[in-house]
Design a protein around this ligand. Structure first.
Ligand code: PMP
Length: 419
């Protein structure tokens, strides 16, 4: 075994795919961390050894453009206080899974608040968004008379849920990214009497584009499938109330299952499924990642409740976030649909080198490479948070220009395109 593991690591190293962890020193802001000089050095060297010269030798602060904390709630005083108070009053661990005693009035209240946010009858909390997707797809779709239709760029947890379902005889059809004609062709081929589930990310995490919800809803009317939306990146970010992509596109009523995570704009941790009461009851009894996993810790639940209240009380934050998106798009000279903005540079080496240059200047914009994205489409993935200021965005744009990652204003764009 040791030899085999070492061989695997060598192969990853040879392909430049070996990852390692970089410990950061947590800061007080949602978009700023401290990094020890040796970590910064090792990190930059891993990206691009030539970029190491001139790195700061003191611990330095990094401004993050990598966070999924789109509203900046992870560091909000009200969220911290709620978690701290709950920990002091109730302790940390929930002690068991929800079905054997790990379910409290606070869990129930959070489910009710999330159901209200998503405009559904009910909601069920999960340990993570990953576990929520696994449960929905594997529990609903594991019999031979069910077909899953899944966008090719869906999140890994949907892919894994579908793998589990197909091992138990569910059928899977993958349609080309956002290609509604391809989806319709596959739906039309589906045998009579089959139950159908169409599942898609609402806001795609590596491209920052949205699923075509208007077209999906039209197809749902024609083919009578169950529509499930993984709203991980859009919850709190989109819609007037922050209800997500379905609210933004005015199709809440026609989405059957809203899957979400508490770990991105909610700023905490955990997952949920908002749906009709019967679907909740089914998942509660058949969702293995729900039944056999410890429920969310009470401080996490209390913190998520605090974030939901903030979302209602401070809608200005969402407006600020979208103004940042506009400013970034203007500065880059290209459209941006969401707070996730990919700068596609092509080769892995180019993406790593660009990320290293930015690191040296105190900005962390991660390089995303295969297998996360297709070969030849390696990119810098910029993500914005309401905790950023306009100045942060302007600094990012200036630094991208200084490093020739984007052209100086007025010059033609080369080697950079949005997918
Ligand atoms: N769906 C999508 C689209 C995601 O990006 C993620 C997180 N990377 C998840 C689900 C999983 O959520 P969690 O981190 O809560 O497990």
């Amino acid at each position: 075994w040791h030899g085999w593991v070492n061989d695997q690591i060598e192969q990853l190293q040879a392909q430049d795919l070996l990852r390692s962890l970089k410990p950061l020193i947590p800061g007080h802001s949602a978009v700023e961390v401290l990094v020890a000089p040796d970590v910064l050095h090792a990190w930059t060297e891993e990206c691009d050894p030539q970029s190491c010269a001139g790195l700061p030798t003191e611990g330095s602060s990094l401004r993050l453009f990598s966070s999924n904390d789109y509203m900046g709630f992870s560091a909000h005083p009200a969220v911290r206080r709620a978690a701290a108070d709950a920990a002091l009053r109730h302790g940390m661990g929930p002690r068991s899974s929800a079905v054997v005693g790990g379910y409290t009035f606070l869990h129930e209240e959070l489910e009710q608040r999330l159901a209200r946010l998503k405009n559904t009858e009910e909601c069920l909390l999960f340990p993570t968004g990953f576990a929520a997707n696994m449960a929905v797809v594997s529990a609903l779709c594991s019999s031979p008379d069910v077909t899953i239709f899944s966008d090719e760029l869906n999140h890994a947890s949907i892919v894994d849920g579908a793998r589990l379902a197909t091992r138990q005889q569910g059928r899977l059809k993958v349609y080309r990214h956002n290609d509604m004609q391809h989806l319709e062709d596959l739906l039309a081929e589906c045998p009579q009497g089959h139950r159908k589930l169409v599942i898609t990310d609402s806001l795609f995490s590596m491209d920052g584009d949205f699923a075509d919800l208007a077209a999906l809803v039209q197809l749902r009317r024609k083919y009578a499938f169950l529509l499930a939306l993984d709203d991980a990146h859009a919850t709190f970010v989109c819609g007037k109330r922050g209800g997500g992509a379905a609210e933004m596109f005015g199709v809440e009523e026609e989405v059957d299952i809203h899957i979400g995570t508490l770990s991105k704009a909610v700023g905490v941790h955990g997952g949920f499924v908002a749906c009709r009461a019967a679907v909740k009851s089914f998942l509660l009894n058949r969702g293995r990642s729900y039944i056999f996993s410890t429920s969310l810790t009470v401080p996490v639940v209390a913190a998520a409740l605090a974030a939901i209240k903030l979302n209602e009380q401070e809608p200005e934050r969402r407006k600020h976030l979208w103004r940042l998106v506009e400013r970034l798009a203007e500065g880059l000279g290209m459209p941006a649909e969401s707070p996730i903005v990919p700068l596609i540079v092509g080769s892995e080496a180019a993406a790593l080198s660009a990320s290293a240059q930015l690191l040296q200047r105190g900005l962390y914009v991660p390089a995303i490479r295969p297998p996360t994205v297709a070969p030849g489409t390696s990119r810098l993935r910029i993500s914005l948070s309401a905790a950023h200021s306009m100045q942060d965005v302007d600094d990012l744009i200036d630094t991208l220009r200084e490093c020739s990652i984007i052209p100086v204003k007025g010059e033609p764009q080369q080697g950079l395109a949005k997918l």
